[in-house]
Design a protein around this ligand. Sequence first.
Ligand SMILES: [Zn+2]
Length: 228
Amino acid sequence: MIKQPSPNFDDRKGCDAPSLVVLHYTGMKDGASAIARLCDAAAKVSSHYVVEEDGRVFQLVDEAKRAWHAGKSFWRGIVDVNSHSIGIEIVNPGHEFGYRAFPEKQMQAVLTLCEGIKARYALPATAFIGHSDVAPLRKEDPGELFNWKMLAAHGIGVWPEFKAQDDEPLTFVASEKLLTTIGYDCGIDEDGLHAALRAFQRRFVQHKVTGQLDSESAKTLRAISRIS
Ligand SMILES: [Zn+2]
């Protein structure tokens, strides 16, 4: 763990300990530029941790403090996601600069870091979410190449386990209730619902990120909402 203190933090509001962990990608050319930005007082952004592609982990903000990573967000009724979460930036150029697979060493470092956080705050698996989950209309990170399935096998985030009843048909309109149960903000119109669905697919139906309700997404929605 490499200490790289950022001036960009304040006090958590309305809670003492984090109940969520938000995973991001940096979305910049390389890790060094991302860390420089996250430590630049003028940028007014930060995260608690940055995980490099080679597996090095930098700590920028103390876990007790509120880092500035989520922006305008929502999850299960929480609107000040920064106050309630730990933010982890995972180095990857992202969709804008050449989105690519997350190396094995990096994923192992993310797993170890998340396991430590999970134990420190006695968090459930459902506490681990992506930036796009809390801001579906604005964000795509960490994206459809991120290995949520591997993390879930270790209790970091959830992954579907199907039952026969999951095959029951589901209408687009009815999908809103399930997405809301899981935690998503489905917005005020169809665009919002499509965006929430797209964010869900980026995590759980990664080969089919369309924002349209297909039978595989419907089945997966039923399975995930049951364990949410
Ligand atoms: Zn992000």
